[in-house]
Design a binder for this molecule. Structure first.
Ligand code: SF4
Ligand code: SF4
Length: 56
């Protein structure tokens, strides 16, 4: 399993990418998670100010 960022909620602040231990998160108009790299640690969800990363 992997986390997924809800693009409609993401404000592209970058906090999740800075905290991801495996550099699975890419920048963009909305940030996105590479499911093949994500180790399901939940750090991005804990860090995000708007709750955009969701456990799948
Ligand atoms: Fe990175 Fe952890 Fe978020 Fe997966 S759950 S994208 S490993 S911070
Ligand atoms: Fe988007 Fe949340 Fe990541 Fe900021 S921390 S880039 S709002 S998903």
């Amino acid at each position: 399993m992997a986390y997924k960022i809800n693009a409609d909620e993401c404000i592209a602040c970058g906090a999740c990418a800075d905290g991801c231990p495996v550099e699975a998160i890419s920048a963009g108009d909305a940030y996105s998670i590479d499911a093949s790299k994500c180790i399901d640690c939940g750090a991005c969800a804990d860090t995000c100010p708007v709750g955009a990363p969701k456990a799948e």
